[in-house]
Design a protein around this ligand. Structure first.
Ligand SMILES: Nc1ncnc2c1ncn2[C@@H]1O[C@H](COP(=O)(O)OP(=O)(O)OP(=O)(O)O)[C@@H](O)[C@H]1O
Length: 227
């Protein structure tokens, strides 16, 4: 088994914005070890979200090569990309991205419904994950009935539904109070201890305190790496 689960070689992503060329990611070389907890910091607009979107295959690079868990992402068609994302990648978002019209249980099972798994099995897995988050009494509540911290726990449970190899987390506590943020930090550490490869964008030192390595981005480039 390869030690590196992610290898990015000379990766750039260029956008055209108001007829200006923006190098959101600029010639990045990055390797991430299987089971590593990597933190990403950097100013607004430095390319952090673009970087993880490239790893998840939500975006394609303008140049360079990205290998994830043995796959060269440039060889995927749309169908292969969605299968790859569904099986390998869990995503946790700053704005939680829950479906307002769905209750907690329905929100959490969405990735497994897309993966066409057996319904009773996925409900069982979802109930277990929500139980682990202390949300067993909230299964049939809707997102607007939950606090921000609870919504993020639902987002975390959803990210784990298909037992992904890699979990990509974008500013998970930006909208949370300190106490909720501490709980989310504990959950991320739990994922790491369970062997997930974790990439977490955050400005919160507490969220990244257990990271194996923290890299800093500036103008699309990796400028600093700690640990
Ligand atoms: N779809 C897009 N079209 C045009 N420009 C984009 C697009 N996505 C990102 N950019 C630009 O690329 C640069 C990097 O954006 P990105 O969202 O990756 O930064 P970030 O470090 O995640 O910022 P933040 O911390 O504010 O979320 C920014 O200048 C942004 O405006």
């Amino acid at each position: 088994m390869a030690t590196n689960i992610i290898n990015m070689n000379n990766v750039s992503k260029t956008y055209l914005k108001n007829s200006h060329v923006v190098k959101a990611v600029d010639n990045v070389d990055l390797s991430v070890k299987r089971g590593e907890f990597l933190g990403i910091m950097g100013m607004s607009g430095s390319g952090k979200t673009t970087l993880i979107n490239l790893i998840a295959g939500f975006d394609t690079p303008t140049s360079g090569k990205i290998m994830v868990d043995g796959f060269d992402l440039s060889t995927f068609n749309d169908e292969q990309f969605s299968q790859f994302r569904n099986k390998k990648i869990g995503m946790v978002f700053q704005q939680f991205n829950l479906i307002r019209e769905f209750n907690v249980l329905q929100n959490v099972i969405v990735p497994s419904i897309i993966a066409n798994k057996d319904y009773s099995t996925i409900v069982e897995i979802a109930r277990r994950l929500l139980y682990e988050q202390g949300l067993e009494a909230r299964l049939f509540h809707y997102p607007n009935e939950l606090s921000g911290g609870e919504q993020q726990k639902v987002g975390i449970a959803r990210s784990l539904m298909n037992d992904p190899t890699i979990v990509l987390v974008d500013e998970p506590t930006a909208n949370l109070d300190r106490k909720s943020a501490e709980k989310i930090a504990g959950m991320l550490e739990g994922m790491h201890n369970n062997g997930k490869t974790l990439i977490v964008i955050s400005h919160d030192q507490n969220i990244l305190k257990n990271a194996n390595r923290v890299i800093t981005m500036e103008y699309g480039q990796l400028i600093h790496s700690t640990k």
